[in-house]
Design a protein around this ligand. Structure first.
Ligand SMILES: CC(C)(COP(=O)(O)OP(=O)(O)OC[C@H]1O[C@@H](n2cnc3c(N)ncnc32)[C@H](O)[C@@H]1OP(=O)(O)O)[C@@H](O)C(=O)NCCC(=O)NCCS
Length: 184
């Protein structure tokens, strides 16, 4: 079963390792791979800053990834969605599909956000496919928007509104419960 849980002390080292995995870091727009000190500061922010909320994605209770929402203190009641499945063995097995339904429930039902949006590199087929499948809509295309390893990369903007999730959530949850990916 796929679940989300709060971040714990012991996740700091695991997250540092995952952020350095080539299959994760290649899709992140951060300037460089962080030093251990920068990672520690980021981890503290993740736990303490009210502008940001993060959850570990777990599969049968084992941590496999991270999902964060940032920009929560904005008066717009919107947040930016960032995520990765850090455990290579867990990718491509429905973890992302399930985690995003659980994350959208947290965003819209618990945090009462109005909008969730996401910046995805234009060649990140896996993320674009799984986010489109749950109902994120394409809202824009930004050419050469980020520099990755010094090279300009295009970015796709995706978004979902609270009312769209209200219409989609029952169906999305049912598909995942039938597939025994999430609890009913
Ligand atoms: C994007 C990501 C979170 C998706 O999670 P996942 O657990 O691998 O995804 P799922 O197993 O739920 O698969 C979702 C869909 O994407 C498809 N998919 C998976 N890898 C793919 C790839 N490399 N290319 C194209 N489609 C792919 C799957 O076939 C599946 O489609 P289906 O349901 O029609 O079979 C994960 O692959 C990941 O962490 N990637 C690296 C970091 C990253 O890109 N983060 C997002 C930054 S915006």
């Amino acid at each position: 079963m796929i679940e989300l849980r709060d971040i714990a002390d012991e996740d700091e080292e695991r997250l540092y390792r995952w952020r350095g995995e080539p299959e994760v870091s290649r899709w992140m727009s951060d300037a460089d791979f962080p030093s251990e000190l920068d990672h520690r500061r980021w981890f503290q922010t993740l736990r303490d800053d009210p502008d940001m909320h993060g959850w570990m994605i777990t599969r049968d209770d084992a941590p496999v990834g991270l999902l964060t929402l940032t920009g929560l203190s904005s008066h717009h009641r919107r947040a930016a969605w960032n995520w990765f499945v850090g455990d290579a063995d867990a990718r491509g097995r429905g973890v992302g599909r399930a985690a995003q339904v659980l994350g959208l429930e947290r965003a819209f039902c618990d945090l009462k956000l109005h909008k969730v949006w996401s910046e995805v590199m234009a060649d990140n087929d896996a993320a674009l496919k799984v986010q489109a499948a749950v109902g994120f809509r394409r809202e824009g295309y930004l050419r050469g928007h980020v520099l990755k390893d010094g090279q300009p990369r295009d970015v796709v903007l995706l978004g979902m509104l609270a009312e769209e999730w209200s219409a989609l959530r029952e169906g999305a949850r049912q598909t995942l419960t039938e597939a025994r990916l999430i609890h009913a």
